[in-house]
Every structure is written in structure tokens, then in C-alpha cells.
Design a protein around this ligand. Structure first.
Ligand code: KG4
Ligand code: ZN
Length: 351
């Protein structure tokens, strides 16, 4: 196996994106993403069974397209990589099954890796040169909201905190529904908020009161915020008043972003880490990027945001993480691992 710049194909199916990525060392060759988001729209959130079935249908075409884009053949691969968790169990199982079948039939080593650490791994594919460690990573998507301390991408990642209820993207989706906006809610809230006043309504900032900060310094909670928005809207609707949707959207978005960025910067300061990496689909939010940049700059923190196609769930980040592991000399996984919906972030590589 080429351990200097391994050719790795990564499979990602932890949520609603079927991702097939191909990298050579730290060079991105292909990043094909098929999303089943449209199929979940009428339910207002990802339906696990629907996602799993969609992966089954999307995997082969995505694989064929990725191989063609990369201009390689499957037998040139040095290794196959796959997300083994965390994520939706049924969805993960499709990817894990496919990866095992592919690795076995090609007689290639297989690397099972952690999805959250994969989001951090996406950074190595950027053009800014390798990320220095340690770094704090804030991962915000429809499925997760996690704050990590990454001392070393391949060997030392610590979970500082995570959401205790809804994920940040999920909160966007639920509040969009309250406001009568389509799914996925994030982009629609963002669009509507552009004309609103972020200071119009002071919505609660979850887990930021002194008593919460003692126990949940780096944890997040968005469920109370969602309820506060629902209440606020309900009271006005019942009174027959018109709802100032733009102001509600802008004030809600500001509350989410305020908490996300203040906790991430606090982690940088507390641990003396002058680097912050963002990942996950909510990074599409321009206001999040703007506030993160402002706060990072004033705290003397370097902010890194991978290209958007590498921020949402994708297979390239999985291939990239496996490639780093291979370059570090890590041994392949056995075929005994399975999908693990609650895989801890400390399990970067599953043996
Ligand atoms: O990483 P991602 O594509 O995949 C899943 O988690 O499945 O993230 C999707 C999430 C959705 O909840 C969506 O509402 C949110 O990211 N999102 C946004 C924006 N664009 C997408 N949230 C806030 N602002 C946006 N512009
Ligand atoms: Zn993700």
C-alpha cells in the first residue's frame, strides 16, 4: 500500500447525504454528493427509513460518477474508507455494508472512521495548507452540534460539549415550520432574516446563564429557544396581529449564532487554542460566518472554514481522514465492526 499519498475512496451515509469522495493523500479528486433532502421535505425532518432506502439507490450511481470524475479505476485504490458512526443506524448500515463488499471484492484494506472527526479532516483538503494543532472545532448541522478539542486529528480528539436536545440545524428547520417556511429551514430563515432586525426580539440564549455555565459550559440547547419562538408567534396570532416574520427570523438566527460563536470562542480562550475550525451544513449561514469571524478576530483566533461542499456531509472528508491515518501508519479495520449510531468522538478509527 502506498502510504505517502494513498488513493482512498470514502463512503459517507450517516444522515441524508450519500457521499462518495476520492482523495490522493491530501489532494481532492472527486466529491460526489446525492442528497435525499427533497424526500424528507413533506415530513419536515429527516426520516431514517427514507434516508436508508435512498442511500441504497444512490450509492452505485454516486460511486460510478466519483470514479469517472477522479479518472481512476477501482483496482488502483489503496484503501476504502467508511463512516461507521455516529449517525442514523439504518443509514450507516447501508454505507458500512457497501464498504465491506467493495473492500472484500477488490481485496483492499478497509478503514472505518468517525463522522465527526471526518468533518475536521475535511480541512486538510483545503488550499490553505495543513491545519495546525491543537484546534477547536465547532460542528453544526441538522444532526449534530458539537464542540471538539482536536489535539491531533488521527489520535487525540476530545468532546468538550454538544447539544443536549435539538441540533442547531434542526432548530432552524423547526422554527421555519413555525413561521410557515419550507424545509430545510436554514436557507429560508436566512433569506427572510435579511430584511429583519436581529435586535427586535430578545430570544433566550440556551445554557448561558451562570448556573448553566457551571455544568454545561460547552453544551448547547436549542429546544427552549424554539419553544420561545413558538410562544411568541402564538400569542400574536391569537391576538389577530400580523407576525413580523423577518424580525422573528433575524432575532432567532441571532440567538443561535450568538450562543454557537460565544461558546466556541470561550473554548479557544479557556484552552489557550488560537484556532477555530467550522464544519457542518449550518456553516452555509453567512451571518454565522460573519459573527464567527468578528469574534475570532477580536480574540486573536484564526478561523478556518472549509469550502462549503466539504462542510456538508460528504465522502471526501471520510477519505481524507482515512488517508491521514494511512500516512500515519494506522492498520486497517477488521471486518467485525458495525454501524454505531453513538460512536464516541474519541473513537477516531474503529478497528
Ligand atoms: O450538514 P447538513 O447538510 O446535513 C445534515 O445535517 O443532514 O446540514 C443540513 C442542515 C439543515 O438543518 C439546514 O436547515 C441547515 O443545515 N442549514 C442552514 C443553512 N443552510 C442549511 N442553517 C442555517 N442557515 C443556513 N443558511
Ligand atoms: Zn455531519
Amino acid at each position: 500500500m502506498n502510504r505517502d499519498a494513498p488513493l482512498v475512496l470514502g463512503i459517507e451515509t450517516s444522515c441524508d447525504e450519500t457521499g462518495i469522495g476520492i482523495v490522493r493523500g491530501r489532494e481532492l479528486l472527486a466529491n460526489v454528493i446525492a442528497s435525499s433532502m427533497d424526500e424528507h421535505a413533506r415530513y419536515g425532518g429527516v426520516v431514517p427509513e427514507v434516508a436508508a432506502r435512498a442511500h441504497l439507490e444512490a450509492l452505485r450511481p454516486a460511486l460510478t460518477e466519483a470514479v469517472a470524475t477522479a479518472g481512476i479505476t477501482l483496482d488502483e485504490l489503496d484503501a476504502v474508507a467508511v463512516t461507521s458512526g455516529p449517525g442514523l443506524c439504518g443509514a450507516l448500515m447501508v454505507g458500512v455494508g457497501a464498504a465491506k463488499a467493495l473492500a472484500l471484492s477488490l481485496n483492499k484494506p478497509l478503514y472505518a472512521v468517525n463522522h465527526l472527526v471526518g468533518h475536521v479532516g475535511a480541512d486538510v483538503l483545503g488550499e490553505e495548507g495543513p491545519l495546525e494543532y491543537p484546534t477547536i472545532a465547532l460542528l453544526v448541522s441538522g444532526g449534530h452540534t458539537s464542540l471538539l478539542l482536536v489535539r491531533d486529528l488521527t489520535s487525540d480528539v476530545e468532546l468538550l460539549g454538544e447539544t443536549i436536545d435539538d441540533a442547531a440545524g434542526e432548530a432552524f428547520d423547526k422554527v421555519a415550520r413555525i413561521l410557515g417556511l419550507p424545509y430545510p429551514g436554514g436557507p429560508h430563515i436566512d433569506r427572510v432574516a435579511a430584511d429583519g432586525d436581529p435586535k427586535a426580539i430578545r430570544f433566550p440564549r440556551g445554557l448561558t446563564l451562570p448556573k448553566d455555565m457551571e455544568k454545561h459550559r460547552y453544551d448547547f440547547s436549542f429546544s427552549g429557544l424554539k419553544t420561545a419562538v413558538a410562544r411568541w408567534v402564538e400569542v400574536r396570532r391569537d391576538a389577530g396581529e400580523e407576525i413580523p416574520i423577518a424580525d422573528v427570523a433575524a432575532s432567532f438566527r441571532e440567538a443561535v449564532i450568538d450562543v454557537l460563536t460565544s461558546k466556541a470562542i470561550a473554548a479557544c480562550k479557556d484552552y489557550g487554542v488560537p484556532r477555530l475550525l467550522l464544519g457542518g451544513g449550518v456553516v452555509a449561514n453567512a451571518r454565522l460566518r460573519e459573527v464567527a469571524q468578528q469574534r475570532a478576530t477580536s480574540a486573536g483566533v484564526e478561523l478556518r472554514i472549509p469550502a462549503f461542499s466539504l462542510c456538508t456531509d460528504n465522502g471526501a472528508m471520510i477519505a481524507a481522514l482515512a488517508s491521514e491515518l494511512i500516512m500515519e501508519g494506522a492498520e486497517p479495520s477488521s471486518l467485525n465492526f458495525g454501524a454505531d449510531s453513538t460512536l464516541p468522538v474519541t473513537d477516531i478509527h474503529v478497528h
